[in-house]
Design a protein. Structure first.
Lengths: 133, 141
């Protein structure tokens, strides 16, 4: 893979992560009346930081360091049962307002990353057109 | 891989479940005064019992449990006894002259109806949200 699109890969992984989280949150809303159901959420796996997606060029200052190629940053999520749950009368733990907030927040994050991806591609297109828009 | 369409599938399963619930509520309200069912007893209110249904192909996120759809396991009949009214002339009266009316409280059904309706709306807005995300993905580039 050429270096041309190496800045795009982390963005698409971030998009994938947020889409998967949207799936998990949708599942929570769907189970709003399922007895005993506990809502789940997704966390990014440690050391997987979207900041890496934004750092255009990371340089290795020592041989022992991990490669900073942003294309290698894999955004992985870990599904877990949401903490601080309160049970309803039917033993269901889903709270609609909490889930709705998370859905809206996740959607916004997805749209931010999607816009950033579009901007990156537009930059490439700008360069490819010799700077003539 | 979980994508926009699987999220819509999951939300749609929630909508179907809530619609089933709405059907049981309609049945309960319609039969609020039904004193005789097929087995000869008074009508007793039914409730759907929801359960998790696995998605066809789970994968992508690492974790012990993935996402799941919701399904109706079965309809449960409410065992509570209905109101017993002394009316010996009623065709469905028992040997002592009492008629059992259905155990349906209109207020209870109304509250359930509002809950089902709100849960349905929540599912719809989930789908709207996923749609907006898929739309913004289409605008990349």
């Amino acid at each position: 893979m050429s270096d041309l699109f190496q800045n795009i890969a982390p963005f698409s992984q971030a998009l994938g992560f947020h889409m998967e989280r949207q799936n998990v949150l949708s599942s929570n809303v769907a189970h709003i009346d399922t007895p005993g159901y506990k809502p789940m959420d997704v966390d990014r796996v440690e050391s997987q930081d979207f900041g890496q997606a934004l750092s255009v060029a990371m340089t290795r200052t020592q041989a022992g360091h991990q490669t900073g190629a942003s294309g290698s940053a894999v955004t992985q999520g870990r599904v877990h049962v949401s903490p601080d749950l309160q049970a309803g009368l039917d033993g269901n733990f889903v709270s609609l307002d909490v889930e709705a907030t998370k859905l809206a927040e996740n959607q916004l994050r997805y749209e931010v990353v999607s816009t950033l991806t579009g901007t990156q591609l537009k930059q490439l297109a700008y360069a490819a057109n010799d700077g003539r828009g | 891989m979980l994508g926009a369409f699987s999220a819509m599938d999951i939300a749609a399963s929630g909508l179907t479940a809530q619609r089933t619930r709405m059907n049981t509520i309609a049945s309960n309200l319609a039969n609020a005064r039904t004193t005789k069912t097929e087995d000869g007893t008074a009508y007793r209110r039914i409730d759907p019992l929801f359960t998790t249904v696995a998605l066809d192909n789970q994968g992508g996120i690492t974790g012990e449990r993935g996402v799941s759809k919701v399904g109706v396991e079965r309809l449960v009949r409410d065992p509570r006894q209905g109101m017993m009214v002394h009316d010996p002339d009623h065709p469905d009266a028992d040997a002592k002259g009492y008629v059992e009316y259905p155990n349906i409280e209109v207020v209870e059904e109304m509250v359930n109806m509002i809950t089902a309706s709100r849960a349905y709306e929540a599912g719809v807005s989930t789908i709207e949200s996923v749609k907006a995300m898929a739309h913004s993905a289409l605008e990349i580039g």
